[in-house]
Design a protein around this ligand. Structure first.
Ligand code: GYE
Length: 338
């Protein structure tokens, strides 16, 4: 009996020592790390990216958020900190300050408006954290306040929208256009307005009779279009919308007013989300100027390069196309990714 008891105690003590050792071991290697052993030691190497997103006002923006979450969130090389500003610059500034306090490796900022960024960007610069602007630009005198801009040339998009509309309607026609602008103060709105105006001003028979912000949303686009129809009704020949969502809102307003969108009133818009391809195929819209929101891979590459101490380009431009009419929309739709 006594021998069995001794043996049991010995076994028990051995087990205790074993558990203590293995317990200690896993704690020291994994301290502060949510990852498993296959991940151990990786935390320090992860590239921590803090991304301040504008919100979720459009199909385009949702696609951009998904692209970034998918690329950076699914790759063990990165750790993504995501913050949604709900359209408010003050929330973006707060998010940036919190990223600076957390000492992230790279800050990605989709700036809701162009102005008012100097102070917080100076703070990031003083902390040695590079800032990559995503999709929208900013207006600063000191360009060293940000490292790079990844996105489209909105002036070219506006120019293309005007050129295609003139081609579609004929350069000698008398055309009254109403414009649905994006968010007031946003680079995507300012530059799309400027690009379009650059071309239109060379064609005196093309007139922008009304221009107002629909804040890049479907509901606001519809509301503003309703007001345009009320004041100018049958005089409107074409709509230029700074994004597809506002165009889709305008299509509804035109139908409710009793006219045929795409026929009685031609429509050109920017982005290229699936819903607008479907509208063009249904004959309710006419011209799509693409703006690519799938910026995740470019952001990932830029963050990696910066982390490795490499120089990156000041403007990493996005490639885009234009689609006109049913046939082109139909041919492109199956391969559209957003
Ligand atoms: O066109 C619009 C969005 O900043 C390029 O913002 C982006 C624009 C895009 O809400 O749909």
């Amino acid at each position: 009996m006594a021998r069995t008891k001794k043996l049991r105690m010995f076994l028990f003590a051995t087990l205790m020592v074993f558990f203590l050792l293995t317990g200690c071991n896993s704690e020291s290697s994994g301290s502060g790390n949510e990852g498993s052993s296959s991940d151990s030691g990786a935390k320090e190497d992860k590239i921590v990216v803090g991304f301040s997103q504008i919100g979720a006002e459009s199909g385009w923006r949702t696609a951009e958020t998904e692209s970034i979450k998918e690329t950076l969130g699914n790759d063990p090389q990165y750790k993504l900190k995501f913050s949604d500003a709900q359209q408010k610059q003050e929330n973006q500034i707060k998010a940036l300050r919190s990223f600076i306090a957390q000492k992230v490796d790279v800050i990605a900022l989709a700036p809701v408006v162009e102005s008012g960024w100097e102070t917080v960007l100076q703070e990031a610069k003083n902390s040695g954290i590079p800032v990559i602007l995503l999709d929208r630009g900013i207006d600063v005198e000191d360009e060293s306040l940000y490292t790079s801009f990844i996105g489209s040339d909105f002036i070219v998009e506006g120019e293309n929208a005007a050129k295609e509309l003139i081609k579609l309607m004929g350069k000698d026609s008398q055309v009254n256009i109403v414009e649905l602008q994006g968010t007031v103060g946003a680079s995507a709105a300012n530059d799309r307005m400027e690009g379009f105006a650059n071309i239109i001003k060379e064609h005196p028979n093309y007139k922008i009779i009304k221009s107002q912000s629909g804040d890049f949303t479907r509901s606001k686009g519809k509301e503003v279009m309703e007001a345009f129809l009320k004041s100018d009704g049958e005089n409107i020949d074409a709509v230029y919308a700074h994004n597809d969502d506002m165009a889709l809102g305008a299509i509804q307003a035109i139908e409710e007013y009793g006219l045929k969108p795409g026929e009685d009133i031609k429509i050109v818009s920017v982005d290229g989300i699936k819903d607008i391809f479907e509208a063009v195929i249904a004959g309710k819209s006419n011209i799509i100027v693409e703006c690519n929101p799938l910026l995740g891979p470019q952001l990932a590459q830029a963050a990696k390069d910066l982390h490795a101490g490499k120089e990156i380009e000041k403007w990493i431009k996005t490639e885009e196309e234009v689609f006109v009419g049913k046939e082109e929309a139909e041919a492109a739709l199956p391969s559209r990714k957003y």
